[in-house]
Design a binder for this molecule. Structure first.
Ligand code: CAA
Length: 394
């Protein structure tokens, strides 16, 4: 089925999309139901994706990545998510929330030590911002980092929740309050090694969807992190967290697009073969209108995603923010994913509710895209503040 906005892609983009599609359909889609059912972390797939250069797509080759542009990243993300959303979540955090954070804010030493292994897919990175009492209100964190008297290290105490890849990550970007009186300006970002004494991983969270993407709580008990592991400057942490989320949200939008497309393709196949009242159900207007609405929303989402990807690409030269573009893409694409997977279950009828077909998994997996990396309500708030020129917009 032809996609819109093809004119924005060059031959290299098409080549990358085709290669990732082939890999994802041959190697990921056939085992997605297994990983969903068992909740196992798909390590063999992640390792292969690393070898293919998918764990650091936009990271320059000198730091272990593939050195491609943002459009290539969203094309690859769509294809992986179309095969399995959980796998694409692991890919997304590695590439953006972890990889981009170190690429943009890390020192040369930090990039050598902490970016190269993750971007090349030999190690897994995670991003620890959320706490039990601070999800949407991210600045309200309680995790505390106190500088030692000799100025050599920070002593960190607190906890983080809902950490994607938390159970298996080798490295974390951790946000902690170093100066609570300054509010969000008192947050500092740290790079933490997974085997640091005092870092305790909680149990793997049982979830509705993306079950193979392992998620857990983290506890910090007198954990010492050397000062050279501060990312950026002390007090810069909240801006780092927010600017990195701008990047992450473009990837989540592409992930949402992938699962929406998977739901549409399954629905079209079904509508062409399933018969009722002596006709293929695709001949009925009730089904046709669902298909039409799915396709239209998908291509509108694609437009917003490519627009955000290109804004991020331009930002490499101009340094301008692409907060508005990223939030619009994430909002619209995630709501499109929910709409399309909901319609897909309905079109499939009883079979849409069965684990024999993947559409019930698409439906469960799609929901998270409206929640993580900022809920739809937070995206609306960000978009409105940008349009109105209010707080946080500049
Ligand atoms: N880029 C750079 N700076 C930014 C920024 C951005 N996108 N957004 C805000 N800032 C800056 C502002 O300019 C402001 O700077 P000053 O100190 O100079 O004033 C500062 O940050 C504070 O901004 P706000 O006043 O807007 O902050 P706020 O407290 O009102 O919060 C918010 C804004 C949009 C609600 C924000 O808290 C938010 O995005 N919340 C959602 C958090 C979220 O997405 N969590 C997801 C967790 S990660 C996850 O899900 C990952 C996973 O596992 C897959």
């Amino acid at each position: 089925m032809a996609a819109a906005f093809e004119f924005l892609l060059d031959d290299e983009h098409r080549m990358i999309r085709d290669a990732v599609r082939e890999f994802a359909q041959n190697e990921i889609a056939p085992v997605a139901a297994h990983y969903d059912e068992t909740g196992e972390f798909p390590m063999p797939i992640i390792r292969k994706m690393g070898e293919m250069g998918l764990m650091g797509i936009e990271i320059p080759e000198e730091y272990g990545g593939s050195g491609l542009d943002t459009l290539s990243y969203v094309l690859a993300m769509e294809e992986v998510a179309k095969a399995d959303v959980a796998t694409s979540t692991i890919m997304s955090v590695n590439n953006s929330l972890y990889g981009y954070a170190i690429l943009r804010y890390g020192t040369e030493e930090q990039k050598e030590k902490y970016l190269v292994p993750v971007a090349s897919g030999q190690a897994i990175g995670a991003y620890a911002l959320t706490e039990p009492q601070s999800g949407s209100d991210a600045a309200n964190m309680k995790t505390r980092a106190v500088l030692s008297e000799d100025g050599q290290y920070y002593l960190i105490n607190g906890r983080k929740s809902w950490i994607t890849s938390g159970p298996v990550a080798d490295y974390f970007i951790l946000f902690a309050m170093t100066d609570p009186e300054k509010g969000h300006r008192g947050v500092t970002a740290f790079i933490v090694e997974g085997d640091t004494p005092g870092l305790i991983r909680g149990k793997v969270e049982p979830k509705l969807g993306i079950r193979a993407s392992a998620t857990c709580e983290l506890f910090f008990e007198d954990m010492k992190v050397p000062v050279e592991n501060v990312l950026g400057e002390p007090g810069m942490g909240f801006k780092i967290a927010m600017s990195v989320l701008d990047v992450g949200r473009i990837g989540i939008a592409a992930q949402a697009l992938g699962v929406a497309v998977a739901a549409l393709e399954a629905s079209v196949d079904w509508a062409r073969q399933r018969e009722a009242f002596g006709h293929k159900i695709g001949e009925f207007q009730g089904i046709q209108w669902k298909i039409a609405d799915m396709k239209t929303r998908i291509e509108a989402a694609r437009g917003l995603i490519y627009n955000a990807a290109m804004a991020k690409e331009r930002a490499k030269e101009t340094g301008e923010r692409f907060t508005l573009e990223a939030s619009m893409a994430k909002l619209f694409a995630s709501e499109t994913a929910m709409f399309c997977t909901h319609q897909a279950v309905q079109i499939h009828g009883g079979m849409g509710y069965s684990k024999e077909l993947p559409v019930e998994r698409y439906f469960r997996d799609a929901k998270i895209t409206e929640i993580y990396e900022g809920t739809s309500e937070i995206q609306r708030l960000v978009i409105a503040r940008q349009v109105l020129g209010l707080r946080g917009s500049c």
